[in-house]
Design a protein around this ligand. Structure first.
Ligand SMILES: NC(=O)c1ccc[n+]([C@@H]2O[C@H](COP(=O)([O-])OP(=O)(O)OC[C@H]3O[C@@H](n4cnc5c(N)ncnc54)[C@H](O)[C@@H]3O)[C@@H](O)[C@H]2O)c1
Ligand SMILES: Cc1ncc(CO)c(C(=O)O)c1O
Length: 310
């Protein structure tokens, strides 16, 4: 299966609209569903914005694609060849939505979940046809970040995995999770980085600004061109052995929530969504930062697409 003729995206919050816009760009007829009419209204603006970004990336429009906004789940799923679930990250809700989806589609329709890290096998436990269920973990913003993790559950069929990899390759890069583990690959690496950064901040080793500068212009810049495994070869495994022998025992072993994040969350200082978090945001700052982030991601994506993979 390359790009499915008819797709349904269930959940139209942060992730759903960008996913829908990308599938439509590649020619799929997409129905975007949500329980909230307000979310669907916002989604129209979000999809237009995502489509404009795809224009900036000069992603060609495959004829026939579209996004429609459907409050009724059954109508959204009617005739769908492919379904992506993108509702909030609680397994109980996801299981409930998956049951509703299964009741409305043919038994061979591939159902993918955009979960950030809940084991696929656990989610599939209550499904009638778990063989057609698979993890498809997009990264935010989904229409810009071309890497998508593909995660089998214990009962996911090989055919479904192959079909999903083919879909991802039509517009991006797949990273196949060979052994199911919470957080898969991307978020385990990201959360290890976040844990260490938060630990350094809490210890007073660095400020937010210097942490961001160090990671962006030191590690992030380098890792955008050289993956960590290639970097090991470039640095030399002997260097890694020497440094990790004293450094690994000293890295953060925080197994709970960062005390600083817990404190900020309890104060409802959640970040851009509350205009205060790791950084304060004045009037208009959030919209400006989001625009700067999009511009930066487009510029870097264009540059990366012009270099020979290392
Ligand atoms: N936000 C991210 O950075 C990100 C990145 C990758 C993956 N994810 C994962 O994607 C999923 C969605 O995340 P999000 O950030 O878009 O969440 P979100 O809270 O922004 O959006 C979820 C949407 O689902 C809707 N919804 C709730 N119950 C529903 C139902 N029964 N049927 C239909 N819609 C329903 C909500 O109204 C909301 O609009 C989660 O599993 C999350 O972990 C999030
Ligand atoms: C902090 C954080 N947590 C989860 C995800 C995706 O599952 C992201 C992301 O996609 O950027 C993230 O930043």
């Amino acid at each position: 299966m390359t790009i499915p003729k008819t797709s349904a995206v269930i959940g139209s919050g942060t992730m759903g609209p960008g996913i829908a816009a990308l599938l439509a760009r590649y020619g799929s007829t997409v129905r975007l569903n949500d329980i909230s009419e307000e979310a669907l209204t916002r989604a129209e603006t979000a999809c237009s914005g995502a489509s404009a970004v795809l224009d900036q990336l000069q992603i060609p429009t495959v004829p026939g694609g579209s996004v429609s906004y459907e409050l009724d789940l059954t109508a959204a799923l009617d005739g769908a060849d492919f379904v992506i679930e993108a509702v909030p990250e609680t397994i109980e809700l996801k299981k409930s939505v998956l049951a509703q989806i299964e009741a409305a589609v043919a038994t061979d329709v591939v159902i993918a979940t955009n979960t950030s890290g809940i084991p696929i096998t656990d989610m599939a436990a209550s499904m009638a046809h778990p063989e057609r269920f698979i993890g498809m973990h997009w990264s935010n913003p989904p229409h810009l970040i071309p890497m998508i993790e593909v995660i089998r559950g214990d009962q996911t069929s090989t055919e479904v995995e192959t079909a999903l990899v083919e879909i991802v390759r039509a517009f991006g890069y797949e990273a196949v999770v060979e052994k199911e583990i919470p957080g898969f690959i991307e978020n385990r690496v990201l959360y290890a980085i976040m844990r260490e950064c938060l630990s350094l901040l809490e210890q007073g080793v660095a400020t937010q600004e210097d942490l961001d500068t160090c990671v962006k212009w030191g590690i992030g810049y380098k890792l955008a061109v050289i993956g960590p495994m290639r970097l090991l070869d470039m640095a030399g495994l002997d260097i890694y052995t020497s440094v990790s022998s004293y450094l690994n025992p000293d890295l953060s072993k925080e197994s709970g929530i960062s005390p600083l994040v817990r404190e900020l969350t309890e104060q409802n200082r959640l970040g851009m969504k509350t205009e205060d978090g790791m950084y304060p945001y004045g009037e208009g700052d959030v919209a400006a930062k989001r625009a700067d982030i999009l511009r930066g991601l487009v510029t870097v994506r264009k540059a990366l697409s012009e270099i020979k993979p290392v």
